[in-house]
Design a protein around this ligand. Sequence first.
Ligand SMILES: [Zn+2]
Length: 452
Amino acid sequence: MNLLQGIRDYRLLNRHLYRFSDEQIRAYQLSELQKLVAFSMTHSRFYGDLYEGLSVGSLEDFRQLPSINKQIMMDHFDDINTCGLKLGAVRDYAVQKELHGDYLGYYQDQYVIGLSSGTSGNKGIFVTPKSMTERLPFVFLARSGLSSKDLPFRILFLLRVFSQGFEDINAPLIRLNYLSTMTPVDEIIRQINDDHINILMAPPSLVRQLLPWAGTITRPLRMIVSYAEVLEKEEKERFQRTFGTRVVEIYQASEGQIGSACRCGNLHINEDLVFIELYDKNGQLVDRPGPVGTKMFLTNLINTAQPLIRYEMNDLIQLGESCPCGSSFTVIDKVLGRNDDVLYLTNKNRILQPVYPDLMSRWIVTTSDSIREFRVSQISHSRLEITIDVLDSTGETRAAVAERLRTRLTDELSSYGIDADLDIRIETIRLPETMAKYKRFMGLGPELNNGS
Ligand SMILES: [Zn+2]
């Protein structure tokens, strides 16, 4: 990894975040989108056909381009990517890696291959060039709310997908070490203490594993940067309380670096890395706080190896008010979860009532601090199976925690006119040993006869 390149990226990204006016952002996005579309039409057979005869003179023109989704992306994998990769070979490679738990190295020594799974079981395959992944740690740094007064940075980066082949950085003011999220907890703690780590970057599911060990960290952390999964407000507060430190969030997906934290700790869309379009349920463009964006399209502005242009995402987000940090980048008030995480339960009027995952999470995590992890599976539209992993440390028995949760959920659901059967189980929940993201919600979707 090139440290100088990293520092240049860091400064450029900071300038975009804090100095760009609204007009400059729009102008920058339009110019990047035009370059991306032109490049893709020339280098990708799929986009060459799809956009034939179309041109992009304004953001409005761009929003009229045909959209794609994961299914289309996978069906046309060979024709979409601009580096001649073939789906069959890439998939074999990714599956072999996953089977052997071997996440190091690059495909053809040039590409990181990422796998993501959906509820329907169709995996998405995402290609990132090596040159880009090597620069990502500095994107994280520039967009994590850290400032020069937090120097020196002694960062421990816990990666679920270890294929990046990141190298440790050891510079006087920046030290960056990587560990796999599969590392045993006591070893993670040992490394935090031995290396005087002051910044921890990890998915929330991993931070939860560290909760019982918080007291054994010898020097207080200065910041926890949460990424890769939704971080609920209550959980963020719990982490802050337990570790006695600031917690900020980075909102990132296989498809791109969607949002990250500013110096005030608020989440902004990375308007110079992705172009995000949100629409409400009536198809109206959402560009202000309030309405839930139920349809989201992402365009990745920096990855031309596998251009994702107007790619439909499943995420549900709500925009926020402008931020005191002064950045003109759009604020995300909250990430409500993914569309396929929404639970649909029949209410007393026999109508399916959506229950958003952020709400369900909040009810569960605020019931007891000893609920370390949980999983909600929808068995039918009137029955949920809720598995909780309960810590022994508090005075309350596990059965009592489960009973309290049952009462709480029954009350909360009944305020929406829902009377569902709740099957609450107590089990040890382990994080997946594959590249897959830990999935807390398994919904059925809104169709009544969708029983599969
Ligand atoms: Zn801000």
